[in-house]
Design a protein around this ligand. Structure first.
Ligand SMILES: [Zn+2]
Length: 278
């Protein structure tokens, strides 16, 4: 069964605890390029294609990295311009981020950008205004909904299969098939509860077996999985930050082996390809 392995392409300092850390842009680019090259090589080895949700600032500082992803046959989608959580933006500043992102990603790829993922999965009831802005800017899909309760995001009543999203409430289905299509992230069912299982901290803490079990459960029911990985969690970066931040920042990192094990057991196609085949 075909699944969707996706990547959120951002610099290590886009993670909220590191936003104010001292940084060297050249080092940040070297780190990101190294991680992206490993990802591209692994996808080639396992005959998979993927969707890369790219932060606008990355495309602006390093358009070459976006071109190399596109040239390897993968889809480029958008992950916010400044990697700000949606509640930190106004509707007007989100609109500006979308316009700047479409411009910078379009210039680097020569392609139309149709997919979005909100930084830190921050699309929720309070930020639902983003849905009509996405539709207005010709986006066709979103992949920001985690149908389980996590500490800072997620909703355990949300749907677990792709659906057309209501413009006022991202957790419910729209009656219109012109609406933005949501591709929710993978979760794992435990008795009486749902746990996020699509990657990130859940993969780093619980290991690849936890994620693979969730994938098998979905695929057995004929459901495709959406997974996500970050360059900074696959290849370690040594921060100039306080000890507690470094300990937190390096939990379960590098997770490249865990990621590769998952990739070796499944085949991925980009979300754009799944949309085309519908
Ligand atoms: Zn992100």
């Amino acid at each position: 069964m075909l699944n969707h392995v996706t990547f959120d392409i951002e610099y290590w300092y886009h993670r909220p605890p590191f936003k104010n850390c001292e940084r060297d842009q050249i080092e940040a680019d070297v780190h990101l390029e190294r991680a992206v090259n490993l990802i591209l090589e692994a996808l080639r080895r396992y005959n998979s294609t993927s969707t890369f949700f790219v932060v606008g600032e990355v495309a602006s500082k390093n358009p070459q990295i976006v071109k190399s992803i596109r040239d390897a046959g993968h889809e480029i989608a958008f992950h916010g311009y400044s990697h700000s959580r949606l509640p930190q933006l106004t509707r007007e500043s989100f609109k500006q981020e979308l316009e700047d992102g479409i411009k910078v990603l379009g210039k680097a790829t020569n392609q139309k950008i149709i997919g979005f993922r909100a930084p830190m999965f921050s699309l929720n009831l309070k930020t639902a205004w983003a849905i009509s802005e996405l539709a207005h800017h010709d986006f066709l899909y979103d992949s920001s909904i985690v149908p389980a309760s996590a500490l800072f995001y997620g909703n355990s009543n949300a749907m677990t299969v792709p659906y057309f999203m209501d413009e006022m409430n991202p957790y419910i289905e729209s009656v219109s098939s012109d609406a933005i299509k949501e591709f929710p992230l993978l979760i794992r069912y435990l008795p009486k509860m749902r746990l996020p299982a699509a990657g990130g901290i859940w993969l780093r803490l619980f290991g690849e077996k936890f994620v693979l079990k969730a994938i098998r459960n979905y695929n057995k029911e004929g459901k495709k999985c959406v997974l996500y990985f970050h360059p900074w969690e696959l290849v370690r970066f040594d921060y100039k930050a306080s000890l507690p931040r470094r300990v937190y920042g390096n939990l379960g990192i590098p997770a490249y082996r865990k990621f590769e094990k998952i990739l070796s057991e499944i085949t991925s196609v980009s979300i754009a390809q799944a949309l085309r085949e519908k």
